[in-house]
Design a protein. Structure first.
Length: 479
């Protein structure tokens, strides 16, 4: 029987308190200031609008100087904290399957000329053709998805992409780290369903499937509507001269004349999209060559087969015109029930967009004007620690509904923002490992009117390596 303290289950309070203590133990320098800064993010009323305003929160007992000093000079044992985050409860599907999503969110810094390692980040604008490339720090996030419609995800890892990084290889290394940690802490054991990994069209699905082939995972990625794949090569006729064919008939996404009869066709009635029709074709693969990320591959390029799914819906929630959605799954022999589950789980990938919006607009992930990438990484992991604590506090916090808001039927349906409103009330019942600040006197600082002795160096944004090659005139040239 679970005991109750102040109306809250003690074991869930203990779980939250245990995470807070483990998080504090991962702070190896300026631990007290960093821990109280995270508490200030959780307990401040309203959205976080600036970093220095957090020093005025009651939970942050130090001055604004200690706040900035903790981010600039503090240290977080990220490898150890990754394991702490992975050890917490994570959402699963009804069959116990873990579904991970990977996506990139940008911390835009267009005016930070003295900040190194900025890249040109793709940002969407309102209207067709309004996208822009703005300098900033792109971060790759991996999160576990919940099966139903929700604004919650379980963030498991974040990694900043640098000028020397190649997107697909970095994503593969990041996913490998997360999956191996899930196995290490016991979230996945032999005999469990394979872990599904979902990504958007910016990821090379076949390449990721090849790099992660030794792990118990399957990849599901969206493909552009202009792709051309191939069926398996026909069997070689005995006695035929010449080299055996590696590819069969072409499958052009834009040309329905190249589509044979679908292996499975399903129709599902939905409340948001009307009738959703999904068709699948088995054993399709891309034609790969020794170019781009495969330029350094030793030996013959592999044939990476998968299942292609075409999803067509009647309408979209907004005013947009629905267009077919093409998905590639790294498994073959997929059944009709799996086809429906796959496209429905892909739509759950957009829950990660709600998480990004909450991180940026409510708890202020991109609000600080931090100069160094190392300080930005520390702040990002503090934000992940804050979001994880909110997730653990879901069954503990009582709803503090505004008069104009709808009443939640259960506490589990509360949004992250509404859980954050009540976190200050449960904080005293959890672990508070940070010690009280020692009395100190502020330094004299730089005399007014005195310029800096050295000007900060300026850095141009952009990649420093080429990530693709093209063959032209018989020679390889940088793309």
């Amino acid at each position: 029987m679970i005991s109750v303290q102040d109306g809250r289950p003690v074991d869930q309070l203990g779980e939250l308190a245990g995470f807070r203590q483990a998080f504090y133990d991962c702070l190896t320098a300026r631990a007290d200031a960093l821990f109280e800064l995270c508490d200030a993010v959780l307990c401040t009323s309203g959205p976080v609008t600036s970093l220095v305003e957090l020093s005025l929160a009651a939970e942050h007992r130090r001055g604004h100087g200690a706040l900035y000093d903790s981010l600039n000079r503090g240290r977080v044992d990220i490898g150890r904290f990754r394991n702490v985050v992975a050890s917490q409860q994570i959402p699963r599907c009804d069959d116990g399957r873990i579904v991970l999503a990977i996506d990139v969110s940008n911390w835009l810094r267009p005016d930070a000329a003295t900040s190194p390692d900025r890249l040109f980040c793709h940002t969407y604008g309102r209207g067709k053709g309004q996208a822009q490339m703005i300098p900033g720090w792109p971060y790759s996030f991996v999160a576990a998805l919940e099966p139903g419609r929700t604004s919650w995800t379980a963030i498991l890892d974040a990694q900043r992409l640098g000028p020397d990084d190649e997107g697909t290889d970095v994503a593969a290394a990041q996913l490998r780290t997360v999956v191996e940690q899930l196995i290490e802490v016991g979230h996945w054991r032999g005999g469990d369903p394979e872990i599904w990994i979902i990504g958007d069209s910016g990821y090379d699905g076949p390449r990721l499937a090849f790099l992660l082939a030794d792990l118990p995972v399957r990849l599901l990625v969206r493909m552009r509507s202009d792709r051309v794949l191939a069926f398996p090569a026909p069997q070689r006729v005995p006695g035929t001269a010449g080299r055996s064919a590696r590819h069969g008939a072409e499958f052009k996404f834009k040309d329905s004349q190249t589509w044979p009869e679908a292996a499975h066709t399903t129709t599902t009635q939905t409340t948001r999209y009307g009738t959703a029709q999904a068709r699948s074709w088995d054993r399709l693969h891309p034609r790969l060559t020794h170019r781009g990320t495969w330029a350094e591959h030793d030996g013959e390029i592999p044939i990476i087969e998968g299942t292609v799914i075409r999803l067509q819906v009647d309408r979209l929630p907004g005013d947009g015109e629905p267009t077919p959605l093409w998905l590639w799954f790294s498994g073959i022999g997929t059944e009709a029930t799996d086809v429906d589950r796959l496209w429905q789980m892909f739509l759950r990938r957009f829950d990660l967009e709600h998480t990004f919006r909450f991180l940026k607009q409510t708890i202020g992930w991109t609000k600080p004007r931090i100069r160094t990438p190392a300080a930005a990484d520390r702040w990002t992991w503090l934000i992940i620690a804050a979001h994880t604590q909110l997730r653990l506090a879901r069954p503990l916090v009582e709803d503090q509904r505004r008069p104009w808001e709808k009443t939640a039927t259960t506490s589990g349906r509360l949004s992250p923002a509404r859980i954050r409103r009540g976190f200050r009330n449960i904080r005293p019942a959890t672990a508070l490992p940070a010690s009280a600040p020692k009395p100190s006197r502020p330094g004299p600082g730089r005399p007014p009117g005195t310029p800096n002795a050295q000007r900060a160096p300026r850095h141009n944004p952009g990649k420093t390596i080429k990530t693709d090659t093209a063959v032209k005139g018989g020679k390889k040239q940088a793309a």
